[in-house]
Design a binder for this molecule. Structure first.
Ligand code: ADP
Length: 468
């Protein structure tokens, strides 16, 4: 299908509408003007004939001073004379007036369609219409009633075409002017549409550049403004930023994950090579090698299963159903299980306000608490103490805190510890892989809550999980 730009479409529609309006207006004005002109013509016909009525008089005899008046017109009629005053308008503004006898015989004045009107009966003070050779004429008759003039009529005739010259002048001017005006409007519309739609072109160009160059750092740069298109561009820019962020996070994750996966695999391969190269390895040496391989495999499989858990929680959150559960009981159960660890002679006590019920996923919440307590053991001091507290909190629905008196976290490390694979001090992490706290954060957000840390190096750390 042929591509049509929005600009062309807008201009096309706008022009079509404009042309339609102009054409309709043209015909409307023409018909109104015609109506007005016709009325003016009829009025002028009536006025002319009416004014002529007083210009016709009858005298029984002529006086000497009358005869000397050579401007007025006299003619014999019956037993006397008819005087036609010099003010009699027999042909003015194309209105013709004639003096006729009742049988239609013209005795004075002009009538350009005398033949056609001879058949037309007289009607006093009425406008009649008659078509002669395709042209419409208005006819207005007036019966004369003065003594001696009985039986005489004044007949006025005017052609409808009399106004046509003016009308055709109006129509000619419109026919020349209107297309020019339409053309100017269409051109203006085309230019305005171009200006208004320019941001869309920029948006689409930027999108194309991003697609071609895979450069999510590009942004749509528009001139100042706050219309819908500028808002759209802002939304796009925000979307590009978020895509860029998540794309970078994804890349970081892939690179971190491959790095983390490579280490145990490299150790396993090196251990195998070493053992196989040895000509006569003792059973103890084989056992030692296998121990190393088993440890690394465990690390590897834990890493893989943690990464899978992440992917599941992110990509298929619907796999984790939420249910109404007694969170107080869950916390107490996990604590009593983990209190048995007693690693480095660390003791664990739990203080859970009873009957705190929430909607959540049992498996994930258990995981969150286990990760926090494992860390408290891992980074706690020997003979130290872990305190787990659960209480309802005004403003939040509850706050769960896990407090230890271990090594603590330096302030500059604190913003990083929830990142995937981040380990402040890998030598102390032992079995850890840097995914524990990232998972805790993911689970907290999955439940619509948040996780915070307060810590002082050397004094210990407190992790607080709160749900709103
Ligand atoms: P890891 O597997 O290394 O423990 P985590 O994601 O659980 O990974 O934690 C990230 C980092 O945060 C740890 O490497 C550690 O440096 C620091 N950290 C976590 N919990 C504590 C804690 N309770 N006390 C001190 N440091 C901690």
């Amino acid at each position: 299908m042929k591509k049509k730009s929005i600009r062309a479409k807008i201009t096309l529609w706008f022009s079509a509408a404009l042309i339609l309006v102009v054409v309709l207006t043209y015909f409307f004005i023409l018909s109104v003007s015609r109506g007005i002109l016709q009325k003016t013509i009829r009025d002028s016909l009536i006025t002319t004939v009416e004014s002529n009525v007083d210009e016709v008089e009858y005298y029984t005899s002529l006086y000497s001073d009358m005869a000397g008046n050579d401007i007025d017109y006299y003619m014999r009629y019956g037993n006397g004379y008819i005087e036609i005053d010099d003010d009699f308008l027999d042909a003015v503004n194309d209105v013709y007036t004639s003096l006729c006898q009742a049988d239609g015989t013209l005795i004075y004045g002009e009538n350009p369609i005398v033949l056609a009107t001879s058949e037309l009966g007289f009607q006093d003070s009425a406008v009649q219409r008659i078509r002669v050779n395709g042209t419409l004429y208005y006819v207005f008759d007036r019966q004369l009633t003065l003594d001696g003039l009985e039986g005489l009529w004044l007949r006025g005739v005017v052609s409808e075409e009399q106004g046509e010259t003016e009308l055709s002048a109006i129509s000619r001017t419109s026919l020349i002017l209107q297309p020019i005006l339409v053309l100017i409007a269409v051109l203006g519309g085309w230019l305005i549409a171009g200006r208004v739609l320019a941001p869309i072109r920029q948006i689409s160009e930027t999108a194309a550049q991003i697609r071609q160059g895979d450069d999510l750092k590009k942004r749509i740069e528009l001139s100042d403004g706050n219309d819908e298109l500028h808002q759209l561009a802002d939304q796009f820019n925000e979307m590009f930023s978020r895509l860029d962020d998540s794309f970078q996070a994804q890349q970081q994750f892939v690179s971190d994950a491959s790095h983390e996966l490579r280490t145990p695999v490299t150790v396993i391969r090196a251990q195998c090579d070493l053992t196989l190269e040895e000509e006569e390895a003792s059973p103890e040496e084989y056992r030692e090698s296998l121990e190393v391989i088993r440890r690394q495999s465990k690390k590897l499989s834990r890493l893989i299963s943690d990464m899978l858990d992440f992917a599941r929680l992110e990509l298929q959150p619907e796999r984790y159903q939420k249910e109404e559960l007694d969170f107080s009981a869950l916390v107490e159960d996990v604590c009593s299980d983990m209190a048995l660890i007693r690693e480095n002679n660390i003791t664990l006590t739990c203080e859970a306000e009873p009957n705190i019920r929430i909607r959540g996923n049992r498996e994930l919440l258990t995981r969150l608490l286990t990760n926090l307590i494992s860390n408290a053991y891992r980074y706690g001091r020997s003979d130290g103490h872990i305190q787990v507290t659960l209480r309802s909190d005004p403003g939040h629905s509850f706050v769960l805190s896990v407090q230890d008196d271990g090594i603590g976290i330096a302030p500059e490390e604190q913003p990083n510890i929830f990142r995937r694979f981040y380990q402040a001090d890998p030598s102390r992490s032992g079995k850890g892989n840097g995914l524990g706290l990232a998972m805790v954060k993911e689970i907290a957000e999955f439940h619509g809550g948040e996780i915070r840390v307060q810590s002082e190096p050397g004094a210990g750390s407190t992790f607080k999980f709160s749900l709103f």
